[in-house]
Every structure is written in structure tokens, then in C-alpha cells.
Unconditional design. Structure first.
Length: 487
């Protein structure tokens, strides 16, 4: 059995799932990477190559096959090469009674103090939050020790900030334990059960396969509010389908149900009635009104939506588009505030946003700013800390924020698998003009605009992002209007 250090990525990303390990071992066809994943890959290569250029005397082994690189790695170590790029390490070991060949391909081996530092280059800015990185690099250390009879001088990660971060080395013990877990999934005779989850499965190439199977089986894991631990606990108790779940529990019984929670257990508690409503809605295909939506009656509302890069893509977590538009009796124009591409661009985007919000308040008074989920509030707070709040405009926006997601969740049980805006808007038959769109698509497009020196292409790409954001605002308004019909 062959195991490779990258198996940790199969296991842990985009979320922990042994089923993905099983599928890949058997060559199951998965969806191709999306635009965002492709951009991340290209940026990772660039990050790695930039670091390569800083290491003197490095022997570059990239561009040849694995067996040649394995032989060359041993030869270069034998002659004390200053550094090796794209080395290959191999060892054999017994794992759970199986003889396994283990392979690893560290980005860099750098000579120091009579031995070698094992270093990998990663885009992640906080490697301690990534078990796949920690285990992968630790396994490289173990492979080096097995190959050359001595431990590495040190384990390091060249992180997304350009810092060299040292990692502890335990002789590979923890990595090998997790590798046993990976091995157990690779050697199963049939696919293991893994509960689907909207956020868990997002970004996984096998998502369509798993969701199709879950729908065919009427899996209780599809119910909004049933998390991974709960679904597994239900399954152990013989409750696998939504009809079984509805037949088994009353509200009181589900409230008292003990499910795993870390190393302890926890009662389902007050969430029980909502979960049962969601299960009934999925089972019947009909929405269930819980209470009239608590939406303030105003003649006008501002739809508010941000587009931004996560911290692993930008040190601060950059908002590159602040989108606003007034809808209602006196609708207003689309008011996007775009971050510029220069050094001061981020702050300029914030200044322009404040100016636009100030104009809206001047024309409409204290008007509700409608958004979906907590993203907007979180980043308003972050930007006030970053650049300040001229005339208290941002704080005024925060006071007028109205998150439509919890209002929708508390008002109506929908026959849906998620309360994502993109899912809810399709349910109410909102139509977009773009064939491709979404948060990841927007980030990939923005990175494309950042990277290009072609001004015409940059304008075209930014226009596509602006259209996407404007249609997000229109979708939020459509959902708000639909909710008001339920009052």
C-alpha cells in the first residue's frame, strides 16, 4: 500500500472527510477545480518560486519524474548540497499490520549545522490552524530521518506572510497515527458513511456524488440544524432517514437527546423544534410558517453587500467592493465603493463607502441596511479599527443593520438544504443574468484583475464583479419582498 504526505490534504481539506480519501484511492471522478481553487494553486506556485529565488546554491529537481528525483535527492544529500528544491523521500513501515510505502515531496531541504532543515512553502498565514500542514511537514521530517538515519535539523514552513515558522518535531508520531486513519479509509471494502453538510461539502470535488446519494437515501443529515455529530449519533441509534427521524422524535424527546460534543455530550435543547420543522418541510416539500417575519415597515431600505478576500489571501482581509442600493418607494442608484489597486486603494475604498453611506442617510434618514449573515457587520467593525470612522458614519450604519438571514430562519421552515442567499433566491425564482457567479468566483475574478496589466481586461473583469454584486443586492431585495408577503 502506498501512502503519500498529500493524503493529509485529501483527509482534511476542504473539510475533514474520510470518504474523500476512499474515493480518491479508487480513482472516483471528481469535479474539476473551480476558478478560485485554480487561482489559489497558481498563487501558491508563485509564492513557492519567489522563495526558491532567495535560496543560494539550490539544486532544482523539479521537471523530472519522481524516481529520478528520489535518486538525485540521495545523491545531493550525499555530497552535502547547500539546498534541494522538490526533493523526494521514501520509506517503508508497518501500519496496522500492513507494509506501507510512504512518500513525501518537501519543497525545500536546506543544509544547516551538518544536516538539513525540512521546509515547505504554504499560502496559509496561520499554519497552526491547519492540521494538514502540520502533519504533512512532520511526516517529511520522519521520512528524512528514516532515509538518512538522523532527524532533520528543524521543521519549517514558509508561510503566506513570507515568514519562516518553526514547527515542533515529535519523531513523526502524531503524523503516523493520522496516517493509520488515512490507511483505514483507503483499505475499506465499501464506501464509509460520511454525513453531508452544506458548508462541509462546499469546495469538494465529490460534493455532487455525495448529495445525490443523500437525496436518494432521504438522509437525515440533509436537515438544516442537524450537524455532523448529531447525524452520526442518530445513525448509531438506527435513525438514518428523515421519515425515521420524524417518527422517532417528539419535540420534548429531541430536546433531551444527548449527542457527542467534543469529549462530552450535549442535549439538543431549544433547537429541537426548529430542526423538526425543517425535517417536516423537507419531507413534505412544503414550507412551514413559524411566525410572521419581523421586518420593520419602511418606505425604503438599503440593500448592503460586500465582496472581500479572506485573510489567507490578504494579510488584513480586504474588502474590495462595498455595494449599496436603495430599494422601495424612492429607489436609488447602485452605489459601489471599489478599493483601488494601488498602495492606498484599500483605504480609498473605505472612504468612498463612508461617503456613499453618508449620502444615503442625508437623503433617507435612519434607513435600514439589509444584509445576509454577519459578514458585513464583522468587516464594518474591522475597518473602523483599521482606518477610523469619519463623523461616525460607520457606527450609524451598524446601528441600522438588519440581518435578513436569522429573520428568515426564525420565520419560515423552507424545504431546502441551506439558507444560503443563493439557495433561497432560487427557491423564490429570482433570476440572474450571469452564467457564472458566486463568492469564490468573485474573488478569483478580482485576483485576475489585480494581476493583469491590461487596463481594458481589468475594466471588463471589474464590470463583471460589479454586475454580480448589484444582482446580489437585487436578490436580497427580492427575498425581503417575498418575506413581507408572509406577514
Amino acid at each position: 500500500m502506498r501512502l503519500v504526505a498529500s493524503d493529509f490534504y485529501s483527509y482534511f481539506t476542504p473539510s475533514k472527510c474520510g470518504l474523500r480519501v476512499y474515493f480518491r484511492e479508487r480513482g472516483e471522478k471528481e469535479s474539476p477545480p473551480g476558478a478560485y481553487e485554480e487561482v489559489i494553486f497558481l498563487l501558491g506556485q508563485r509564492h513557492e518560486k519567489a522563495h526558491l529565488a532567495t535560496i543560494p546554491g539550490v539544486v532544482d529537481l523539479s521537471g523530472v519524474n519522481r524516481e529520478v528525483r528520489l535518486r538525485r535527492t540521495n545523491e545531493e544529500i550525499g555530497r552535502n548540497a547547500p539546498a534541494i528544491y522538490q526533493a523526494v523521500l521514501r520509506a517503508q513501515t508497518q501500519l496496522d499490520g500492513r507494509l506501507c510505502e510512504v512518500l513525501g515531496e518537501p519543497d525545500f531541504l536546506v543544509r544547516e549545522d551538518g544536516g538539513y532543515v525540512v521546509r515547505d512553502s504554504k499560502l496559509a498565514r496561520h499554519v497552526e490552524k491547519h492540521p494538514e500542514i502540520l502533519h504533512q511537514v512532520a511526516l517529511y521530517g520522519w521520512l528524512y530521518e528514516q532515509s538518512f538515519g538522523r532527524p532533520p535539523v528543524r521543521l519549517e514552513v514558509h508561510n503566506g506572510l513570507g515568514e519562516i515558522v518553526p514547527l515542533p518535531y515529535d519523531g513523526g508520531a502524531a503524523a503516523l497515527e493520522f496516517l493509520k486513519e488515512v490507511l483505514s479509509y483507503k483499505t475499506l471494502d465499501q464506501a464509509p458513511y460520511s454525513p453531508v453538510g452544506w458548508s462541509k461539502c462546499m469546495g469538494c470535488g465529490f460534493s455532487d456524488i455525495c448529495w445525490m446519494k443523500a437525496k436518494g437515501n432521504n438522509d437525515v443529515a440533509m436537515v438544516v440544524g442537524v450537524d455532523q455529530g448529531m447525524a452520526l449519533a442518530f445513525r448509531q441509534d438506527g435513525i438514518e432517514t428523515i421519515p425515521q427521524f420524524l417518527k422517532h422524535f417528539t419535540v420534548k424527546e429531541l430536546e433531551g437527546y444527548e449527542r457527542p460534543w467534543g469529549l462530552k455530550t450535549q442535549r439538543v435543547g431549544k433547537k429541537a423544534s426548529d430542526i423538526l420543522r425543517m425535517a417536516r418541510a423537507l419531507h413534505t416539500g412544503k414550507e412551514e410558517l413559524i411566525r410572521p417575519p419581523e421586518v420593520p415597515k419602511r418606505p425604503n431600505y438599503v440593500m448592503f453587500d460586500l465582496e472581500g478576500l479572506p485573510p489567507q489571501m490578504d494579510e488584513l482581509g480586504k474588502i474590495y467592493l462595498w455595494g449599496m442600493q436603495v430599494f422601495g418607494d424612492r429607489p436609488g442608484p447602485f452605489l459601489p465603493a471599489l478599493a483601488g489597486f494601488g498602495q492606498e486603494g484599500d483605504q480609498q475604498g473605505w472612504v468612498d463607502f463612508l461617503a456613499g453611506a453618508e449620502k444615503i442617510f442625508r437623503d433617507n434618514g435612519d434607513i435600514p441596511f439589509i444584509h445576509w449573515h454577519h459578514y458585513e457587520k464583522t468587516h464594518l467593525t474591522a475597518y473602523v479599527k483599521r482606518y477610523g470612522d469619519r463623523d461616525g458614519i460607520a457606527e450609524r450604519v451598524k446601528r441600522n443593520l438588519l440581518d435578513l438571514l436569522p429573520i428568515t430562519q426564525k420565520s419560515i421552515a423552507l424545504p431546502l438544504y441551506s439558507y444560503s442567499l443563493k439557495v433561497v433566491e432560487k427557491y423564490i425564482r429570482f433570476k440572474r443574468t450571469q452564467k457564472e457567479y458566486g463568492g469564490d468566483w468573485s474573488m478569483a475574478k478580482y485576483i485576475e484583475a489585480t494581476e493583469t496589466e491590461d487596463e481594458a481586461l481589468r475594466k471588463q473583469v471589474m464590470d463583471e464583479i460589479l454586475t454580480y454584486n448589484q444582482e446580489d443586492l437585487a436578490a436580497t431585495w427580492a427575498v425581503l419582498q417575498w418575506l413581507k408577503t408572509k406577514g
